[in-house]
Design a protein around this ligand. Structure first.
Ligand SMILES: Cc1ncc(COP(=O)(O)O)c(C=O)c1O
Length: 460
């Protein structure tokens, strides 16, 4: 063994480097990754939930190459490239309702940061200013990225608590979870219950709240927490009633993932500000967008001397190569019918995964479209989680890798987010491998835990 093997030059995010065993990809095609040592792995998490049309798609590759022949990068501060202009027009057209003014950045966290500052500056300088609106309402178990503003909104204690001393504090809403319901709440009263909780918070704090920030329908990194149907629509109504902006973070749910181009469309909701990232370029290059409605945008228009321009901007925001990839990806959406195929694929995948529901440690299979989480629990009846020291999710995903499927857990939730173009046989294989991996790691139901605990020590 190389004595310097854990002196890695590359420091990976959310990865324990002391135990990291390199997994290095040399090439990828369609839904399959090939490692430098020649293994083929199915990309079961769409390269962190962003790959839509598969890897190496000739249409996106060509668009990037063609753009490279013209110009690789110019700023979007006070100027632009024709490609970036075209993308802004396209996004204005395909995003819900009258969302029509696109501010570009390079990753999802930055799109959220821009949205926070945009909402704040809006209330400071609109025609009828509300300078006291300086706070945000974020949901329990929220995840909006890893920059400091986004972490401030975050509600996942494992990721976020440590940074408490350097964060601002939002008003914290409920975790609108359909699996673990509060005492006295059932499936049919859940939407009312969570909406009423939001309403009570707005009743008390609306004069100081600039915006409600939420992931619509599914809170991905929180563990694929799936909201009751109708909840998003109720929050939209409440934001209107209490004069608070609604920021929908569709970094994960956008671009077809939930079976509609944008998750907000399931409930006919137009947020005041929409955050996009991940799938915007088909998952090829870093690009994100913060899209505003006209009433927000207008508050920033004034003669130069009044200093009302948006005080925010990134060097690489709207990069033309990334914009070219995004246009090509949107063209594929328009010609391939991939969004329309998601519901049928999701139903097939859910049905196949459903074979695991008899397993005593499969607590819940949830999500929307091809954004699915399988929660493994120590006791299904009481929904009791495993002791984190057992690292069940990690063990199952490692087992799946040995069977040729690359998936990454969120705690003990197995995340299933394949590229949207995955074929039926690939989805069947994905489901089968996950079930086999769960059965292999938890052979006798919860009694298998002790086996795992000893084995997990050897897992990189
Ligand atoms: C809902 C949501 N918002 C924001 C982000 C952050 O995006 P990025 O990792 O591109 O900064 C993520 C990433 O997973 C996300 O799921």
């Amino acid at each position: 063994m190389n004595p310097r093997s854990h002196h890695h030059a590359h420091w990976h995010g959310f990865t324990q480097m002391a135990e990291y065993e390199p997994l290095v990809i040399e090439r990828a095609e369609g839904c399959w990754l090939t490692t430098t040592d020649g293994r083929r792995l199915f990309d079961g998490v769409a390269s962190l939930w962003c790959n839509v049309h598969g890897h190496g798609h000739p249409h996106i590759n060509k668009a990037i190459r063609d753009q490279l022949e013209r110009v690789a990068h110019v700023t979007t501060l006070g100027m632009s490239s024709d490609t970036t202009e075209r993308l802004a027009q396209l996004l204005a057209k395909i995003t819900p309702g009258d969302l029509s003014h696109v501010f570009f950045s390079s990753d999802g966290s930055s799109a959220v940061e821009a949205a926070l500052k945009m909402a704040f500056q809006y209330w400071q300088q609109r025609e009828d200013p509300r300078p006291k609106k300086t706070r945000y309402l974020a949901l329990g178990s929220a995840y909006h990225g890893d920059t400091t503003g986004a972490v401030s909104l975050g509600g996942i204690s494992y990721f976020h608590e440590l940074f408490g001393p350097i964060l601002f504090s939002p008003i914290r809403g409920p975790v609108p979870c359909s699996y673990r319901l509060p005492e006295g709440v059932n499936e049919s009263s859940a939407c009312d219950h969570y909406a009423q909780t939001i309403e009570a918070l707005l009743e008390e704090h609306a004069p100081t709240i600039a915006a409600v920030v939420m992931e619509p329908l599914v809170q991905g990194a929180g563990g694929m927490i799936t909201h009751p149907i109708g909840f998003l629509g109720r929050v939209r109504e409440l934001c209107d009633r209490y004069e608070v902006l609604l920021i929908c973070d569709e970094v994960a749910t956008g671009f077809g993932r939930t079976g509609r181009m944008f998750a907000s469309q399931h409930e006919s909701v137009t947020p005041d500000i929409l955050c996009l990232g991940k799938g915007l370029t088909g998952g090829y290059l870093p690009l994100a967008a913060t899209v505003a409605r006209p009433h927000v945008y207008k508050a920033f228009l004034a003669p130069q001397t009044e200093s009302r321009q948006f005080f925010h901007g990134h060097t690489f925001g709207g990069n033309p190569l990334a914009a070219a990839a995004a246009i090509a990806s949107i063209e594929l959406f328009q010609s391939s019918g991939v969004v329309e195929s998601v519901d049928a694929k999701a139903a097939r995948l859910r049905h196949r995964l459903g074979q695991a529901t008899d397993h005593p440690n499969v607590g819940d299979i949830r999500g929307r479209g091809l954004m699915i989480g399988i929660e493994l629990v120590a006791d299904r009846e009481s929904k009791t989680a495993f002791d984190p020291k057992h690292q069940i999710g990690r063990a199952v995903c490692h087992n799946a890798m040995r069977r040729g499927v690359w998936i990454r857990p969120l705690g003990d939730v197995i995340v299933v987010v394949p590229p949207l173009v995955a074929e039926n046989d690939e989805l069947d294989n994905l489901a089968d491998v996950i079930i086999e991996s769960v059965e292999s790691e938890l052979p006798g139901g919860d009694s298998g835990v002790s086996t795992i605990a000893s084995r997990v020590e050897q897992i990189p």
